[in-house]
Design a protein around this ligand. Structure first.
Ligand code: B12
Length: 458
């Protein structure tokens, strides 16, 4: 069959935006589905909205290339673009069967069930189920509107992501990570229970975390090295370091195969404190940047979030990373439900001690599928006006309660805690950070400078 997969990830960056940093990354969900479909002989192509000029361009692409089947992936944040795409497909090609899958359809199928522009919703994983559904369609069977995807128990049996689909041109997001750059996923699911995320991940991937074997991941890296000659990479897993044995074996095989490329991965403060030797092994292997969800500098807030980490662990983890030469990418939230101004200041003080390489703050944004979303809904505090409000970089108030002017001020101050990194592009970065510190005193000017620096990628 002729299948068109659609990536609607333009909420943050808009059309014609396939460049630089995260905006250039491929979507692994669609890439895995594409590989599974191609293995069954289907003809697969991609419409990546980031590559198009606008909806007119999309209409033209739909007229020219969409066949019997369209498959749209969807995070909650991309709801509007995904639904607009589905409507346009149905308008131009009414006989095309439109499938949706991904986080939002898995978590909120009821929101999509009533939409006529969608024929089928697949919840959860789909590399087994989607090809099977196409077989059923070809056999003339009638499919239900909502189908629960079948979980591949052994991820080694799932195909590797089809990178041809996205014409893989992923870009690194830090100056010390040299291109060519690639991203990969070693596992699915998360065993932690943070209330701003869970149970979304359990709904999508089940209770148990599944991880590909180390050998399978190393084999993919060998393939990526042959094919793209990558000089750096990122492992997207929610928490790569939760399985110590897996990590140690990964480090061993990475060395044994002669890889030396630096990489980025996410971890947690409690794990870093508990397994310093593992972090050291990772650092020797090539972990140059660790993304850590510190979230808050207040123990009360951390407990409220069910984070399972303390302020003391946050600080210790940062000091371990600094000692090992691992740069810290600090994720944290401001404006959480129940959070007081003093607690926000505790977060600022934590960051001053952490001295991150990069600060990645967010005003707390309620996400469907999380317990905290349900709590906020019950309390009637949500101020989200549409699905696009789920995006990270918007400054509009997300919930009732926080003083957002105060939070903006703290946000700018927190960014000023970034520590200049003189080991690579040195003087430029140092100068940029000094300037940034200075500019934080003048929020408008700062925003303007940030905009210009992002546009010029400096
Ligand atoms: C990588 C990643 C990113 C990358 C995305 C890169 C890209 N171009 O896709 C980056 C860093 C950019 C990113 C950003 C964000 N992310 Co993110 N991200 C992830 C992460 C860690 C991995 C995604 C992944 O590849 N998984 C592995 C693949 C195989 O799984 P999958 O995509 O779900 O696909 C399977 C099924 O869902 C299904 N499927 C998927 N698509 C389709 C389509 C069809 C037709 C069918 C039938 C089936 C189907 O089949 C696939 C194979 O089994 C997930 C967490 C996770 N573990 O999944 C969060 C996650 C998807 N992100 C999330 C969020 C909230 C965000 C942000 C909104 C954060 C923010 N506030 O800014 C931004 C939004 C970006 C945007 N579009 O504007 C949430 C989504 C929750 C929700 N309700 O939508 C997740 C689930 C994390 C979490 N637990 O909260 N993210």
């Amino acid at each position: 069959m002729k299948v068109t997969l659609i990536y609607p990830g333009i909420t943050e960056c808009g059309f014609n935006s396939l460049k630089g940093n995260e905006g250039s990354w491929m979507n692994h969900g669609l890439a895995v589905i594409s590989a599974a479909l191609k293995a069954k002989g289907h003809e697969v192509r991609l419409l990546d909205l980031r590559r198009l000029k606008g909806w007119k361009h999309f209409r033209q692409a739909v007229s020219e290339s969409v066949g019997q089947i369209a498959g749209i992936t969807m995070m909650s944040v991309d709801y509007d673009a995904a639904i607009t795409a589905a409507r346009i497909i149905k308008e131009i090609k009414p006989s095309t069967k439109v499938f949706v899958g991904g986080p939002h359809p898995s978590i909120c199928p009821e929101e999509l069930e009533c939409l006529e522009c969608i024929d089928h919703i697949v919840r959860g994983e789909a590399e087994i189920t989607f090809p099977k559904m196409l077989e059923d369609i070809a056999a003339g069977k009638t499919l239900p509107k909502v189908t629960q995807g079948c979980k591949p128990e052994n991820l080694d049996e799932s195909p590797w992501a089809d990178r041809d689909l996205f014409e893989c041109q992923e870009q690194p997001f830090a100056p010390f990570l040299k291109p060519p750059f690639v991203t990969l996923i070693a596992g699915r699911g998360c065993r932690y229970n943070c209330n701003y995320c869970q149970p979304a991940e359990r709904i999508m991937f089940g209770q148990k975390v599944r991880r590909r074997s180390v050998t399978n991941v190393i084999n993919e890296l060998k393939y990526l090295s042959d094919r793209y000659h990558f000089n750096s990479f990122m492992i997207h897993d929610d928490c790569l370091t939760e399985d110590r044995q897996w990590v140690m074996e990964f480090c061993r095989q990475y060395h044994a195969e002669g890889f030396t490329q630096p990489f980025v991965a996410q971890s947690r403060a409690d794990i870093i404190c508990k397994h310093q030797d593992m972090v050291e092994a990772l650092s020797k292997t090539g972990l140059k940047l660790c993304i850590i969800g510190f979230e808050s500098g207040s123990d009360r807030v951390l407990k409220f979030l069910r984070k399972g980490c303390t302020l003391a662990e946050n600080l210790e983890a940062a000091s371990i990373c600094r000692k090992l030469g691992i740069r810290i990418w600090a994720n944290y939230m401001l404006g959480l439900p129940t959070e007081t101004k003093d607690e926000v200041l505790e977060t600022l003080s934590m960051l001053e001690q952490i001295q991150p390489y990069h600060c990645s703050p967010a005003f707390y944004t309620p996400h469907p599928g999380s317990d905290l979303f349900d709590i906020g809904k019950e309390m009637g505090i949500h101020l989200m006006v549409d699905h696009a409000s789920y995006r990270r970089n918007s400054f509009e108030p997300k919930i009732k309660g926080p003083d957002y002017d105060f939070l903006k001020d703290i946000l700018y101050k927190s960014i000023a805690t970034e520590k200049a990194d003189c080991s690579d592009v040195s003087s430029l970065v140092k100068f940029k950070n000094k300037l940034r510190k200075l500019l934080t005193q003048f929020p408008r000017l700062y925003r303007c400078a940030k905009f210009i620096s992002q546009k010029c990628r400096i």
